[in-house]
Design a protein around this ligand. Structure first.
Ligand SMILES: NC(=O)c1ccc[n+]([C@@H]2O[C@H](COP(=O)([O-])OP(=O)(O)OC[C@H]3O[C@@H](n4cnc5c(N)ncnc54)[C@H](OP(=O)(O)O)[C@@H]3O)[C@@H](O)[C@H]2O)c1
Length: 322
């Protein structure tokens, strides 16, 4: 029998000390088209305040979440607090222009400038190049391109540390192997249901990079259950995936373990993963998440749950997730 504990690690070799649990704020940007529900501003502000009151010291956002709305709401709470509390790490991501798909170096500068303004900060502690699947590795790393622009902002001290965050595993591996980035976020690809990020995590961990695993609930199905939320990675889930989620839920029920606890601890217990990014949009989720991390899980349950996982080794991007 085992359970996980909240502890602190360094994000790779950045010197940033973070809890192994991080709260993600994409839903707080009010994105009903992504999550199928919106989040009114007062609820978002209460959720951000609850995160800052909690023992978790790591918050994840992005310029694109609600086109700046997640950062704007976080910025409102930061102004109440007089800035980022000591010892807290706030990470954001530089984005393309979603209207024009402009992914140029100039767009990265505009994105970072807007993040600073919305958050009310002079420096971004940790910023990622976000969702590079909307360009190509070659275009992203071309001289004067988006990666160059972000490296330059880091040299100027506007960005403290630079990471890469995105989806397709073969592409993410190219960025990791470039040696330019200090941390990597993968999402929806290392869960009880799907594991194609495992190879990426091996490579990034071997390089001493910070490894962050986002969306351990596959965007909600593993927290709310397949009957209530039959979606995976922001899309309606295929029937075979919903069936596997039902199998996981049944195994967990037999063991007396909430499915969400197993889904969360599957990521928390992996030694390669520095922090697990859980999305929340209500204040009560904060304590619930801490409770789920403490649930005791019989050791033999893990092997039974493994039977329902797609390793993703055949075609890691067969599903075309966002
Ligand atoms: N490209 C990238 O870099 C990238 C991509 C995806 C995600 N991310 C980051 O990772 C974070 C997490 O991803 P995600 O939010 O999409 O997926 P997730 O963490 O797998 O799932 C979040 C969903 O689970 C629900 N949930 C959380 N705790 C729960 C609980 N205790 N009981 C019941 N339901 C619960 C949330 O509900 P409520 O909304 O009701 O709280 C939300 O619908 C994002 O917010 C973002 O910061 C980054």
């Amino acid at each position: 029998m085992s359970h996980t504990q909240l502890d602190r690690r360094e994000v790779g070799q950045t010197g940033l000390g973070v809890t192994n649990l991080c709260f993600g704020t994409s839903a707080l940007g009010h994105m009903p088209e992504t999550y199928r529900y919106g989040v009114p501003e007062p609820q978002a502000l209460e959720t951000v305040r609850a995160i800052f009151r909690s023992p978790v010291n790591f918050l994840d956002t992005a310029a694109s979440y609600g086109n700046g709305e997640s950062e704007r709401r976080i910025g409102m709470v930061l102004r109440e607090l007089g800035g980022i509390p000591a010892g807290f790490v706030l990470a954001t991501k530089a984005d393309r222009d979603e209207q024009t798909n402009d992914f140029s170096g100039d767009q990265m500068r505009r994105s970072v400038e807007r993040s600073l303004r919305l958050l009310g900060l002079e420096q971004l502690q940790l910023a990622y190049l976000h969702d590079p699947e909307h360009t190509t590795f070659e275009a992203a790393t071309a001289p004067g391109g988006p990666v160059d622009a972000l490296v330059d902002l880091k040299r100027q001290g506007v960005i403290g540390h630079l990471g890469i965050a995105g989806g397709p595993i073969p592409l993410m591996i190219q960025f990791v192997e470039s040696g330019i980035f200090e941390a990597v976020i993968s999402h929806n690809r290392y869960t009880l249901l799907h594991r194609s990020a495992s190879r990426l995590f091996d490579l990034a961990a071997a390089r001493g990079m910070g490894v962050l695993n986002a969306a351990p609930y596959g965007s909600g199905i593993l927290a709310r259950g397949p009957e209530h939320y039959p979606r995976y990675a922001y899309q309606d889930a295929p029937a075979e995936l919903v069936d596997r989620a039902r199998g996981l839920a049944a195994e967990c029920e037999r063991a007396g373990v909430p499915l969400a606890a197993a889904a969360l601890q599957f990521s928390l217990r992996d030694p390669r993963i520095g922090s697990t990014i859980v999305g929340v949009s209500r204040p009560d989720r904060i304590d619930q998440t801490l409770e789920l991390a403490r649930v005791t899980i019989p050791d033999d349950l893990w092997a039974r749950l493994d039977r329902f996982a797609d390793s993703g080794e055949q075609d890691p991007e067969a599903h075309r997730w966002d």
